[in-house]
Design a binder for this molecule. Sequence first.
Ligand code: FNR
Length: 362
Amino acid sequence: MKYTPPLQNIPADIVCLDDYQRYAKEFLTHDIYEYIAAGVADEHTLHRNRSAFANIELKPRLLRDFSSASTQTTLLGHNLAHPFLLAPLGYQQLCHASGELATAIAADAMDTAMVVSTLATASLEDIAAQTDAPKWFQLYFQPQRADTSILIARAEAAGYSAIVVTVDAPLSGLRNRPQRAGFQIPPEIEAVNISPAQKLAGQNAILQQLMALAPQWQDLAWLKQQTQLPIIIKGVINPDDAVQLADMGMDGIIVSNHGGRCLDGLPASIDALPAIRDALGSDFPILLDSGIRRGSDIIKSIALGANAVLIGRPQAFSLAVAGALGVAHMLRLLKEELEITMALCGCPHIDDINRDCLFTSG
Ligand code: FNR
């Protein structure tokens, strides 16, 4: 297995998030790189996630007052330093020996909220201890409700302040690139928060069990009884689902196609967003992920109705290249791009970003 120690210094020619993907090819074995980078099947949705942003044009306002400008925003009672979070990514030790612990150190350094996956390779308590920034726990329902309850109780005790339930991956999509590269999760890379009884069946069986036991509507109603924490449902594309989730008391949704990794043929998340915002009204918390690579993508997402966005693959690539330093640098690049784009668009505050900031309204 190819392994190059993470860098002590960031190469001067890494100046945007996509540069980390280019460098990561040198730091990851081919099969792991393909596992992270790939979309499902023909990758139509993966590519749409980027081309859709390129097709949206910004409409700046000039000569505004920036004396009190800020990227701060509030979401579900949290003050966030900026409207982007780290998306849940499982198995981060594939990228770096310190895995999620390094990512959490970066989240703390950059005051960025982090969503920790059920499939993390460090304990959710140890991850939480690395960062004072807000932490949410991403739940994959377990085969036994008792095991699901234990995960929720552990997350509550460790200081996680919301539960994110991922519902768009009832089956693992067939990602042809990692298939061709012969990717398997190596036996030493373990999802340590899942009960040992399941692990005896092997990693693929864990994944298949998780997917086969994906939640249904009644499971979400059950979950609502189990915790006082806000519940955010990840993987919503259809406005009818969004309305049903809001009606049953869910606290927020993440408009997501899982970074093009589950069902090929879905629209880009950003293209699905306006109808969902229209269906839910202006106050319901909506986040978005899939394809966010630039500060301007964040502005476009907020303009079309998102309260905040999440960053997926760039955290894996920056983690692979330079560990915690890389993830923190990646977040800094994004924050600087966001600030510069807000300045050039004439939006001193996040609240100033709305559909009037776009020529194309989606
Ligand atoms: C993911 N994603 C994901 N989602 C989730 O809810 N739980 C998980 O464990 C994972 N694991 C995971 C691993 C890897 C390698 C990738 C690339 C993605 C999906 C992730 O949270 C997010 O929805 C997408 O990555 C967003 O798209 P971008 O930013 O990667 O384009």
